[in-house]
Design a protein. Structure first.
Length: 302
């Protein structure tokens, strides 16, 4: 049966929350789902990932800047490329380019919608507890109903083709600022982070997160992940803040980079405690919890 959730606001742009977090850097959040980032230079702007494709993202991005916008994908997964089809210029790491045109299985999207239902069902209780005691929720993290116009039966991730191939060390030039490409495999082989050379903002993709870091997938690689985490920790003194792409704490301090690197080192050494958990597609996993993040591994690990 098709989900047609209660409508909130007057248009599908109400699905997104936007705010400027630094000079010329805007958050475009699908709260508690995916965070995308718009970075503006003097000549052009770039949208780092395009989200789930549940509502059009291009009009939202264009409401924030008058400059031409292109897209950079941090990796090929469906929740980061759902709005790619709205744009003409799409850049991705060379290992991800062959995967952009591939079909996303219906079962994956259906599993994610089930997760979205469970998230929304839990929100009322969480809001009540948060308002009474914790005061952590913000518009960035408070989940909202799916847009009225959204038809779950018709939802698909449209195949797209990269117009630009990225490699380690490439720079995305925006005029008076550029973004340096850091190849950080581990979550997937094509994962990248982007470092804003002007203001030191690091866009972490799915390599750095303030919740579960997914290392349990079929093409995840724990040793590669550990090496990538070390690579980011080594440049922490160049980073002013970390912009993360999932969960409610959308900004992290640079010290998280060292914490994540230490966590992956401990995982490789062994002796880390795990607990059973499930990921956003309801797949059984093992979770290793650290102070400000966790790491998910396949249920057969440990």
């Amino acid at each position: 049966m098709s989900r047609r959730a209660p409508h909130e606001g007057k248009g599908t742009s109400e699905w997104f929350v936007t705010r400027e977090v630094a000079r010329g850097i805007w958050l475009l959040a699908e709260p508690s789902h995916v965070n995308t980032w718009l970075v503006e230079g003097s000549e052009r702007a770039v949208l780092i990932d395009t989200g789930l494709g549940i509502a059009p993202i291009r009009p939202v991005a264009e409401s924030l800047t008058s400059l031409p916008i292109s897209v950079v994908n941090t990796h090929y997964h469906f929740d980061h490329v759902g709005g790619n089809y709205e744009f003409e210029e799409i850049a991705i790491h060379e290992l991800g380019a062959p995967l952009l045109p591939e079909h996303v299985p219906r079962a994956i999207l259906a599993a994610y919608l089930t997760y979205a239902d469970r998230l929304l069902e839990s929100a009322d209780l969480f809001r009540s507890l948060d308002g009474g005691f914790f005061h952590l929720l913000s518009r960035d993290s408070d989940p909202r109903p799916l847009p009225r116009e959204f038809d779950s039966d018709a939802w698909m991730i449209r195949p797209t083709t990269a117009s630009t191939i990225l490699r380690e060390g490439d720079r995305v030039n925006l005029g008076d600022r550029s973004l340096t490409v850091l190849h950080t495999p581990g979550h997937t082989p094509d994962c990248i982070c982007l470092l804003d050379d002007r203001d030191g903002v690091l866009f972490g993709g799915d390599t750095i997160n303030t919740g579960p870091i997914y290392a349990q997938l079929a093409d995840s690689d724990l040793e590669a992940f550990a090496a990538s985490a070390n690579k980011l920790a080594a440049i922490a003194d160049q980073v002013s803040m970390v912009a993360v792409h999932h969960f409610g704490r959308v900004i992290a301090d640079r010290f998280l980079l060292s914490e994540v690197a230490d966590g992956f080192a401990r995982l490789l050494e062994g002796g880390v405690d795990f607990k059973p958990a499930r990921d956003c597609l309801d797949t059984p996993v093992l979770e290793a919890k650290f102070e400000r993040f966790s790491v998910l591994l396949p249920a057969t690990s440990g």
